[in-house]
Design a protein around this ligand. Structure first.
Ligand code: CTP
Length: 399
């Protein structure tokens, strides 16, 4: 379903790729849907398409020359990227991606990127070898780590005649990404979201522990996505190597019992609890003070850990509670039982034969009304947004 972009202020950066002509179509669609668009072109982009084309369609001056006296006036006009709702760079060349990743500012577009406080969306387009090069991939992951969104290029025939990944994403995919960002902006403001992430470690002795393969990525992606949508976010994390997302308050814990206290101590302040952590169900009944020496055979007695989410379910109030169910069989049935038993609003069922520890995930969202929403394989960040879309819908007061 097409949604209006009325009242939205977008900066469209066009860089020097053969796909620059496709930016004309992007501009037409954005303006047709009601957005006000200011186009910024790099020097090489102007070799592919003239600024006049964009100027005519956007009915605004096109920003090209950093060293004009008009700079201040023009940049003030586009709100020095501070008033814009979105900076979209399509197509984004390897060169511009590298400049953004490293903070270079030698043209109008890179200056705008550095002074922008709005969300940034990049649509890369380049030859397949360039796109696959570790330098480009590292730059992209650095930018993603900073919260920049990327519409991945498509697989297909490239300008060079070669076939591979590097073609600018389809117009519909770029517009969908624009819509998603603009419509999600600020829809969690006023909410306090508590997210748990990662595994827990249950010590056996000073050097050994029981744990699981959770990477923490799903929970961290949810924390980031909730922050981008305006929530105040607290992240209770088990041991992971992931960096703390800027703007998120993080508390590190090791064991399930520590996580239990960290979560329940903060429950009063929380309006939305999302338990993405893979909490160990058991811990060794005793923890040896000294390193256990090897012997012929050994039996470890395990005792149950407290169920954090079930306890939060008992104290639910007006909070929205979201759980995860990692399963290897009877996915939907097991997930539904957990949703009911723990008094949850949503449960995200995860077939761990697909998505444990990796970059992508294939999840199914179940609700209290019996609804089952099966999502396709998505990046964890996109899956996070889809889960939050459902949370936002639940938080809206019923008319
Ligand atoms: N969870 C929790 N505290 C625990 C165990 C799990 O809060 N001690 C949360 C998880 O973070 C997840 C949800 O409960 O959101 C489901 O966890 P899971 O371990 O899959 O469910 P269990 O009810 O423990 O069922 P089982 O282990 O039998 O699959």
């Amino acid at each position: 379903m097409e949604r209006s972009l009325e009242g939205k202020e977008i900066i469209l950066g066009v860089t020097g790729s053969i796909a620059a002509y496709k930016a004309v179509e992007i501009l037409r669609e954005l303006t047709r849907r009601g957005a006000a668009v200011t186009v910024v072109m790099t020097e090489s982009a102007q070799r592919f398409v003239t600024p006049l084309t964009f100027e005519t369609l956007s009915r605004r001056p096109v920003l090209t020359d950093l060293f004009t006296l008009e700079y201040d006036k023009q940049i003030g006009h586009v709100a020095s990227a501070g008033r814009a709702d979105l900076l979209l760079v399509a197509p984004a060349t390897a060169n511009t991606i590298a400049k953004c990743a490293h903070g270079l500012a030698d043209d109008f577009l890179s200056n705008i990127y550095l002074s922008s406080t709005c969300p940034v969306l990049l649509a890369p387009a380049m030859d397949l070898e360039m796109y696959a090069h570790p330098a480009v991939q590292e730059n992209l992951s650095r930018l993603k780590g900073r919260g920049v969104s990327v519409v991945e290029p498509e697989y297909g025939e490239l300008a060079s005649g070669l076939i591979g990944r590097g073609r600018l994403a389809e117009l519909s995919a770029i517009l969908q990404a624009v819509e998603d960002i603009l419509h999600r902006q600020g829809d969690l403001s006023g909410e306090t979201v508590l997210v748990t992430a990662g595994p827990t470690q249950e010590p056996l002795d000073p050097v050994r522990y029981l744990s699981n393969r959770s990477s923490g990525r799903m929970g961290f992606a949810i924390a980031e996505a909730a922050r981008d949508r305006g929530a105040h976010v607290m992240l209770v994390s088990g041991p992971t190597f992931l960096p703390t997302p800027p703007g998120v308050t993080r508390m590190d814990v090791t064991t399930a019992e520590e996580m239990y206290h960290a979560v329940l101590d903060r429950l009063d302040d929380t309006t939305i609890l999302i338990m993405a952590a893979a909490v160990a169900d058991y811990r060794p009944s005793t923890q040896a003070r000294q390193k256990i020496k090897k012997r012929e055979a050994m039996t470890v007695e395990l005792v149950r850990n407290p169920d954090i989410l079930a306890e939060a379910g008992r104290r639910k109030g007006s909070r929205t509670l979201v759980g995860f169910a990692a399963e290897t069989e009877e996915l939907i049935q097991n997930a539904r039982e957990k949703l009911e038993k723990k008094n949850l609003d949503l449960i995200v069922a995860n077939d761990i034969r697909v998505g444990f520890g990796g970059e992508t995930n294939r999840v199914t969202i179940l609700d209290r009304e019996g609804g089952v929403e099966e999502l396709p394989e998505l990046t964890k960040r996109e899956a996070a947004h889809r889960i939050l879309d459902r949370v936002v819908a639940l938080r809206k007061p019923t008319p």
